[in-house]
Ligand binder design. Sequence first.
Ligand code: ADP
Ligand code: MG
Length: 251
Amino acid sequence: MSAIEIKDLHVAIGDKPIVKGLSLTIKQGEVHAIMGPNGTGKSTFSKAIAGHPDYTITQGDVLIDGQSILALEPDERARAGIFLAFQYPCEIPGVSIANFIRAAMQARLKDGEELDATGYYKQLYAQMDSLKIDRKFTSRAVNDGFSGGEKKRCEILQMAMLKPRFAFMDETDSGLDIDALRIVSEGIEHMRGADLGILLITHYQRLLNHIVPDFVHVMYDGRIVKSGDKSLALELEAKGYDWVKTELAAS
Ligand code: ADP
Ligand code: MG
């Protein structure tokens, strides 16, 4: 079993420190949730893990099975098993979903190996069906003119095809109506299993009604300030984030 270990991570954007000492270990098979108010550094944290060039890791380390991944490029991190579902997926006009995911899967094969096209489409259609994505979308450009819910489903589709070991899902629930939330949650729940460690980043508790996490962490001002089980999410929902701020101020 593999684990990703985030140790005392500090991330800056330019000169501005955003993530300020975040530590967290996610094992394959576990589902963690990070909750926190807007602007606390949740997206910064997840993009830094994926290797986004705008985010500088100034201190700490990220290890997979004891090996640091910080020297790896984003594509190498993906090959090491990391997947990031973006809070705001970007549009890629001119590149069809089918070609995009196929290129991503091809890139993960060894040199000289060729992705089997028939098998690929079979798998793609099966995953699209289970995520209730119309097959017409296959030839549409990635996220181009998609609704918020369609973009989020497209993220889950990529994840289902790429089969990562560690998935960071940044507010995959935001902007979804009740039906889309259910479909997306079922998609994630379906992938849940011994081979996948999941980190759900969310602002609201409602996603966690569908996907019950093993661990819940509260992030505030760039670090995890409280950890617990699923009851912590309910407590947060009832008391609001001010409760955490007040507790911190008192301690
Ligand atoms: P969260 O996801 O928890 O809402 P973010 O990580 O998006 O928080 O943002 C944390 C802080 O970093 C905010 O103050 C935000 O304005 C700032 N920030 C995020 N991305 C950038 C960027 N690309 N350039 C400048 N500041 C940024
Ligand atoms: Mg965010």
